[in-house]
Write a protein of this length. Structure first.
Length: 527
């Protein structure tokens, strides 16, 4: 398979490393967690026997507001070096996961106050408060199981050496359906079937992941028969090329699968006045609304997705069962250049004689940078947005980030302007804009909130959402969150995403689940 960018690591800090262009897909090949998101919002146990359940008493809400979740691990699970997975591994992994010196973006990390094993296969986690996403915390973006026999000594001696150990990357030893054979940095990673896999032998003899940074080159490779699968590039996938290949392949048995995703293309705003430029720009709410109204989102969605994906007005998917009950709470900002110009004037930005906006108080020109990961669709998208902003007097610079520089967390957190990203919708109910997830030097810029948004009222609502189980009360919180975040124009949703997967004839199994195609790689086959 071809991916655009390889991961820097497969280990415990994987959630904080580059996932651009399919790199997140590599970990599922070689390593399993307690659970996996098998289908969208359909979490299933892997190493765990079952997920915590209120009905079965393995998920308990305590009178004081704390809670407990209990996992039982399967017997006969082995690391790729043949060593059995034990409860000692699980407890060591939890030590690492909850270690404040090990940065991790999971919202679950600070909520686990203690944990203990009741026998050789059962562990109970005690949470400082109710957290409805506890099962998900056991998946790829949460707890990573770590081989104690290989890494404990290094961990106890030196945290940096632990994070940089080859056992976290080029010599990785995991629990997944395929074991790492060879990793040639910048080129390819080779995996072989792990015959002692606890779910049974997987169908494929080997899997080779090739890093091909240019999507056009990746397509040329599959057309030439050099690869079997080209994974979605992430963000604005190159649908033009995928649909062209689909037409070219008609009648051949080769496949172009286009899956809808619960992810939306958005502009992530820089809210931190220390970094945001121009001064008095996007840190001002009226300016944000003006720039959002200056984007012709229906035209953008048509251009970018050939009409395959609808416009986004928030992080609530068009087919979400909750939408009819909460849709009236979503503030609307239709394309309106005249209204955008009025809002800029209200904020102190007036066109000069040359047509460029200048601030009446400071004299600054409205110079703004848009960032996005390089790809054949990204520049087209950025230009379409820039055209609307130029129409109201902004001067816009486009900054396309090459694959080698994607995933630089510090650069993303300290940029001066907005950047184009494609988050999962459910992150806006967890911690995407929570102030405790602001990406700063103190947490090595690993927080999800890389726009540095800070709103105490929002924090309170998000904390309540994460702790609320009652369905009707959650609907009320949905309404408040939509009204508050979109009322403040804290983010610019653009359109919903689709993911094209190119596969040669005979390949079965791949399908998009958020940014991951390999969640079910243990089922993949090739005739």
């Amino acid at each position: 398979m071809a991916i655009q960018a390889e991961p820097s690591t497969l280990g415990v800090s994987f959630g904080d490393s580059s996932v651009a262009g399919g790199a997140a897909n590599v970990k599922a090949i070689v390593h399993d967690g307690l659970a996996v998101e098998y289908l969208i919002s359909d979490w299933r146990p892997l190493v765990a026997v079952e997920l915590p359940s209120l009905e079965r008493g393995t998920w308990r809400i305590n009178p004081d507001g704390t809670m407990d979740t209990t996992f039982q691990i399967r017997p006969s699970v082995r690391w790729h070096d043949g060593t059995p997975l034990t409860m000692a591994d699980v407890l060591f992994s939890l030590d690492v996961f909850t270690d404040p010196q090990i940065a991790h973006r999971s919202a679950a990390k600070p909520l686990i106050s203690s944990f203990a094993a009741s026998d050789d296969s059962t562990v109970t986690l005690h949470w400082s408060r109710t957290y409805v996403y506890a099962a998900e915390a056991s998946g790829a973006d949460g707890l990573t199981l770590v081989p104690k026999h290989l890494l404990e000594a290094t961990y106890r001696a030196d945290r940096e050496a632990f994070l940089n150990s080859p056992y976290q990357s080029t010599e990785f030893v995991g629990l997944g359906p395929y074991r790492l054979v060879r990793w040639d940095r910048g080129s390819q990673i080779e995996f072989a079937r792990f015959d002692d896999y606890y779910r049974g032998r997987s169908p494929l003899d080997r899997v080779i992941v090739k890093q091909i940074g240019d999507p056009n080159t990746a397509i040329a490779n599959i057309l030439a028969g050099a690869v079997d699968i080209v994974l979605p590039t992430g963000g604005t996938a190159d649908l033009d090329a995928a649909l062209e290949v689909k037409q070219r392949w008609e009648g051949t048995g080769n496949q172009v699968r286009i899956d809808a995703k619960p992810q939306f293309e958005q502009m992530e705003i820089q809210h931190n006045p220390e970094h945001a430029r121009p001064v008095n720009g996007m840190t001002v709410r009226d300016v944000r609304e003006a720039l959002y109204r200056a984007i012709d989102r229906p035209a953008l969605a048509e251009v970018m997705t050939h009409g395959l994906a609808p416009v986004a007005d928030s992080w609530l998917t068009p087919n979400d069962p909750l939408r009819p009950q909460v849709e009236s709470s979503i503030p609307q900002y239709p394309y309106d250049l005249a209204r955008a110009q009025q809002l800029m004037t209200q904020a102190g930005w007036v066109r000069g004689g040359d047509g460029v906006l200048a601030h009446q108080g400071t004299g600054d020109r409205f110079d703004i940078e848009i960032r996005g990961n390089a790809g054949p669709g990204t520049e087209k998208e950025m230009n379409a947005i820039a055209d609307g902003w130029k129409a109201i007097g902004a001067r816009v610079e486009l900054n396309l980030i090459p694959p080698a520089r994607q995933g630089d967390a510090e650069s993303e957190a300290t940029r001066s302007g907005p950047r184009i990203t494609s988050p999962s919708a459910d992150l806006y109910y967890q911690n995407r804009l929570h102030s405790n997830q602001r990406a700063t030097a103190a947490n090595r810029f690993t927080g999800r909130n890389r726009g540095n948004y800070n709103n105490p009222q929002l924090d309170t609502l998000l904390d309540r959402m994460n702790a609320t189980i009652d369905a009707q009360e959650r609907i009320n919180l949905h309404r408040q969150l939509l009204q508050l975040q979109m009322g403040d124009v804290a983010v610019f949703p653009l359109f919903w995403e689709v993911a094209p997967i190119l596969m040669v004839k005979g390949v079965t199994g791949p399908r998009a689940v958020r940014n991951q195609v390999t969640a079910n790689i243990f089922e993949w086959d090739k005739e």
